[in-house]
Write a protein of this length. Structure first.
Length: 244
């Protein structure tokens, strides 16, 4: 990620200009949720501002919730919707079939839209990242890595969301990441890692991957819808989706 040098302003505090540039980059999707910011010295050099001015801007951005500490002295772009998705809700879907059903219903609507936008808007970098995410998923599938498979599955869908270049969708999908990962894990758990079902799921991901790379919007939407219909039917058949 390249940061543009900050021009000098006589009537505006330099730290405000720095903060505004970073917020703009977050808003237009150039800085994605979870992205690490460069080290302070490097970022100050790219922006061509003093480290005190940069530090003041970063402190304000952190206080306003745009960036968060990585726990290792660095900063990352915050998931601005993450606070809307509580950990009790993640625990609830792990134990309550009805909650899991509702998350799958939400995913069905969101991800069908997301996949279509990704097919229409993904640039070369996005396609490369989607390709890498799919390769990771394929590796987990071929090695029957039951521990990493669900995480790779969820990461694949989030990489597609990043390619929409729609900041609202990107942050909502990242904010829902914990729920997506949990419902995905539940899906893999429920099938008992049945080779036939896992193969079907992987084939569906392959169809989504191919549709996006070919920039076929209708095919991408249909592939995503078919995949999530299949997952919901699995839950229904296994008794995980019970509506009283």
């Amino acid at each position: 990620m390249t940061f543009e040098p900050i021009a000098a302003f006589s009537r505006v505090r330099l730290s405000d200009v720095v903060a505004d540039q970073l917020k703009t980059m977050i808003c237009d999707g150039r800085l994605l949720p979870g992205a690490r910011l460069p080290a302070e010295r490097e970022l100050a050099a790219q922006l061509q501002v003093s480290r005190p001015s940069l530090r003041e801007a970063l402190i304000r951005l952190q206080a306003d919730g745009y960036v968060a500490s990585t726990g290792r002295g660095g900063l990352r772009v915050a998931d601005v919707t993450a606070s809307l998705v509580s950990s009790p809700l993640a625990e609830l879907i792990a134990t309550q079939p009805r909650a899991s059903a509702d998350i799958l219903e939400l995913r069905h609507g969101l991800e069908t839209t997301v996949t279509g936008y990704a097919a229409a808007r993904a640039d070369a970098g996005d396609l490369a990242r989607i390709d890498t995410a799919f390769a990771t998923l394929q590796d987990c599938f071929e090695r029957r890595d039951k521990v990493q498979l669900a995480a790779a599955d969820a990461a694949f869908h989030l990489t597609i969301a990043d390619a929409t270049h729609n900041v609202a969708l990107i942050h909502v999908m990242h904010g829902l990441h914990g729920l997506i990962r949990e419902t995905t894990l539940n899906s893999h758990r429920m099938v008992g890692y049945d080779d036939g079902i896992e193969t079907a799921l992987f084939t569906q991901h392959g169809e989504i991957h191919a549709a996006i790379l070919s920039r076929n919007v209708d095919r991408a939407r249909s592939a995503s819808e078919a995949h999530l219909d299949y997952v919901r039917e699995l839950h229904r058949q296994r008794g995980a989706l019970t509506r009283n």
